[in-house]
Design a protein around this ligand. Structure first.
Ligand SMILES: [Zn+2]
Length: 324
């Protein structure tokens, strides 16, 4: 209880800081596993390789989770939150679409639950980031926004009229697989010329190889480092990628008229140099009214924070109801 000069005495509420959440940011090559408190602060995090075989990947994750639980035996774990580049059927809770992981129908939730004995929540990475915006941001300000995650692919989490749009079998938000050119490069989904083959980190690497006439193996992080050190091919590759992202966001802006677009991913580190390319595209995309705000997500931990939010959302109730 607090004291005030007059009026009712306020009761201060604070979430128990011994309660923790195990979080996983599942990615095609390398995943991150961490421990966070309920306020979204990270107590530890580490990386591990991701197997192409979902069963082996699930076993590896469960082992890390059990290990972290032992290391932090002073904490009470509320559950496991996993954000991943794919879509989960709401009814069966199976992963039904994850072309960049290369996993077909798979019950990751069941596998981790059986191996760890913990409660497990799965969510598409972009949806999880949208929930994090609501949990850790200012939900009263945000009724209509779209989170765009850019990594090996492009995903979108659509928050519309104060709710997350899920669509039939949880498939809403796959703007990354809208074909922009039926004769374009092939995509992991089996289609051609999808938005993500032009705007993802894989696309940037392809551009770099074209511009530099080399085939050297490098990561997207290496590419950003090259651009920072003045490499022209790397600079041009990132320019082309950011422009493609901006062009794709135009279709989201025109179709959904969000108030805000939040961009998540390693690329946000380059926002000071290239962010204006996205802002310019989006700024000219609205038909009437005004253009939405575009901003990079705060910090590189956005996807892990998304995984925190989805456990909080499930276990403590939604942070926001539809507001007028
Ligand atoms: Zn595709």
């Amino acid at each position: 209880m607090g004291r005030l000069p007059r009026g009712r005495r306020p009761t201060f509420l604070r979430l128990n800081d011994r309660i923790a959440i195990l979080v996983v940011d599942l990615r095609p090559n390398e995943s991150r596993v961490g421990v966070a408190d309920v306020n979204g602060n990270f107590l530890s995090q580490e990386s591990m390789p991701t197997s192409r075989d979902p069963r082996i990947a699930a076993e590896g994750l469960a082992t890390r989770i059990r290990h972290l639980k032992e290391v932090h035996s002073d904490l009470v774990f509320e559950g496991v939150g996993i954000s991943l580049p794919g879509r989960i059927d709401e009814k069966t809770q199976h992963i039904i679409f994850a072309p960049n992981l290369g996993w077909a129908d798979f019950d990751l939730k069941g596998a981790i639950k059986r191996a760890t004995g913990m409660r497990v929540e799965l969510e598409n990475a972009a949806n999880a980031c949208a929930l994090a915006e609501v949990w850790f941001g200012h939900p009263e300000k945000n009724r209509d926004f779209v989170v765009v995650t850019v990594s090996e692919g492009i995903g979108a989490g659509v928050f519309v009229n104060g709710h997350l749009a899920r669509g039939l079998r949880g498939m809403a938000g796959e703007f990354g697989h809208v074909s922009l050119d039926p004769n374009g490069p092939t995509c992991t989904c089996g289609g051609r010329g999808c938005w993500e083959v032009y705007g993802s980190s894989r696309a940037a690497l392809r551009y770099y190889h074209e511009f530099s006439q080399t085939q050297e193996e490098l990561s997207f992080r290496d590419l950003m480092g090259l651009a920072d050190s003045g490499n022209e091919a790397a600079h041009k590759a990132l320019e082309k990628m950011f422009q493609a992202i901006g062009r794709g966001i135009r279709m989201i802006v025109t179709g959904l008229a969000p108030e805000e677009i939040v961009v998540v991913g390693e690329l946000t580190r380059q926002w000071p140099q290239f962010g204006s390319l996205i802002e310019k595209e989006v700024g000219s995309a609205f038909l009437a009214g005004r253009a939405p705000r575009v901003r990079p997500a705060e910090g590189e931990m956005a996807r892990l924070r998304g995984a925190v939010a989805l456990v909080l959302q499930k276990h403590f109730g939604p942070a926001v109801e539809a507001q007028k």
